[in-house]
Design a protein around this ligand. Structure first.
Ligand code: ADP
Ligand code: ASP
Ligand code: MG
Length: 439
């Protein structure tokens, strides 16, 4: 039995939490490969090491050195090593890291050093080998993970190693430079290591007792989900459930390795098992919906043209304009004479929105284009929805009772989710209403 364990930022935040990590690892001999994040927040207004490292990069760009910002990082690691009573020359490691950040002039390199330092400290504390992600995780020339190369490298580097700590969040690009995943990417590293070493289980240790039905910052009493499928997690993570990175599912999918979300500070809680569809064990007390997640700040372009459906190539023409602006489309619900193009608003700044609308007007000559800004998208996800009647009715009644105006509805063709658009100002109220309606 091999388990890969990833510990997030809160689990690595200080000496006390790292001691807790050690207890967890030592409680089970199959926990052989440990992936760590950079130290995160210790209290509400604390600064994550990764955020400090991006500041280091900015400081290098402005002043040629990151001395000031790096001193805060230095202080935190020195304190951790001291509190853990480690026999480790952390000063030399930090000196070299500071110099490397000054010289590299690359934001990804700077950002990656939090995980790097965290893994060096954790490996020394656990008495495990340190294996650098830079030597085993590789991206191709399009910036995508080079899957087969990476899987082989991981296997070859770890197969003969009894126990190791690997830094999360980064690898190397095809030119050999350090490249990070997007924020929260240590979850992806854990999944890549689990696949490469052919693990039986990927344990993802965080600061909540599993994947909860919805964001606990919006519904503090939200329950943990016992079991959930890969597909449902993809939908929820992509739509904003930040507990697991949306790209952390793909690497473990091929080998069908389950992911167990666990709480470092309550290791006795069962947490959530994330499994392939056919490993899901239905139970009598399964809820109709599995989870709710959402994101703010979308813009909807509602395009109307009579006989749109009879005009060959209409949707293609609209999409090619959007593509010309290098903008990703989030959703595309359509009616007979209407098409809604939903885009994330951060792609439409600095006049891009009006240019885009003008170009669509010129290209497809619509009767009308209406622009709705400040829209939130909320997904209600559940593999049980397809088989049960009345899910949508329950959802829409709950929103009507709270006087929430629905601006857009989109039901995924998999019948795994219903996505609605509401005003940003209704976002939290809407999630609470849906949670209440189904729990
Ligand atoms: P880590 O640093 O361990 O990777 P993250 O901060 O990335 O932890 O993810 C855990 C946090 O995700 C929780 O503390 C919680 O605030 C937030 N979160 C958002 N949606 C959910 C959800 N559906 N279930 C659990 N946590 C969620
Ligand atoms: N430290 C990185 C971040 O803050 C990666 C991670 O924690 O997963 O995004
Ligand atoms: Mg995370």
């Amino acid at each position: 039995m091999i388990k890969v364990c990833k510990f997030g930022g809160t689990s690595m935040a200080d000496a006390n939490s790292i001691r807790q990590v050690k207890n967890i690892i030592e409680a089970d001999a199959s926990r052989r490969f440990v992936v760590v994040s950079a130290p995160g927040k210790r209290f509400k207004d604390d600064i994550k090491i990764t955020d400090m490292l991006y500041r280091c990069y900015d400081e290098v760009v402005e002043f040629g050195t990151c001395k000031k910002s790096f001193s805060i990082i230095r202080e935190r690691f020195v304190q951790i090593v001291k509190d853990l009573e480690l026999d480790l020359d952390i000063d030399s490691v930090l000196d070299k890291t500071e110099k490397d950040i000054d010289e590299s002039k690359c934001p990804d390199f700077a950002a990656s050093r939090g995980e790097y330092l965290s893994a060096i400290v954790t490996a020394a504390f656990l008495g495990f080998e340190f294996v650098d992600a830079a030597d085993i995780i590789r991206f191709d020339r399009h910036g995508q993970l080079n899957k087969d190369y990476t899987a082989d490298k991981v296997y070859n580097a770890l197969n003969d190693v009894e126990k190791a700590v690997i830094p999360g969040f980064f690898g190397r690009n095809f030119q050999g430079e350090i490249k990070t995943f997007s924020r929260g990417g240590s979850d992806i590293t854990g999944s890549i290591i689990a696949n490469g070493i052919k693990a039986d289980l990927y344990e993802n240790w965080t600061d909540v007792s599993g994947f909860l039905v919805c964001d606990p910052r919006i519904v503090p009493e939200a329950k943990a989900i016992n079991q959930i499928t890969y597909k449902e997690v993809r939908e929820l993570s992509y739509m904003g459930a930040s507990v697991l990175h949306a790209e952390a599912i793909a690497p473990v999918m091929r080998r069908r390795i389950p992911i167990n979300i666990k709480n470092t500070f309550k290791p006795e809680d069962k947490g959530t098992m994330i499994v392939p569809n056919d490993m899901y064990q239905a139970s009598a007390n399964d809820s109709v919906i599995t989870g709710i997640a959402g994101k703010k700040n979308f813009t909807v372009l509602l395009i109307e043209k009579s006989m749109m459906n009879a005009e060959v190539g209409f949707i293609r023409k609209v999409l090619s304009v959007v593509e010309h602006f290098n903008i990703c489309v989030e959703h595309l619900p359509s009616g007979i004479d209407t098409l809604s193009v939903i885009l994330s608003s951060d792609q439409l700044k600095d006049g891009v929105l009006s240019d885009l609308v003008n170009e669509i007007r010129e290209n497809v000559n619509p009767d009308y284009i209406h622009v709705m800004e400040n829209v939130s998208l909320i997904a209600t996800v559940g593999h049980g929805m397809a088989r049960r009647h009345g899910t949508a009715a329950t959802l829409f009644t709950a929103l009507a009772n709270e006087n929430i105006n629905i601006k857009m509805i989109d039901q995924g063709s998999s019948e795994l989710n219903i996505i609605i658009g509401v005003a940003n100002s209704d976002y939290e109220k809407c999630i609470r209403a849906i949670y209440k309606a189904f729990n």
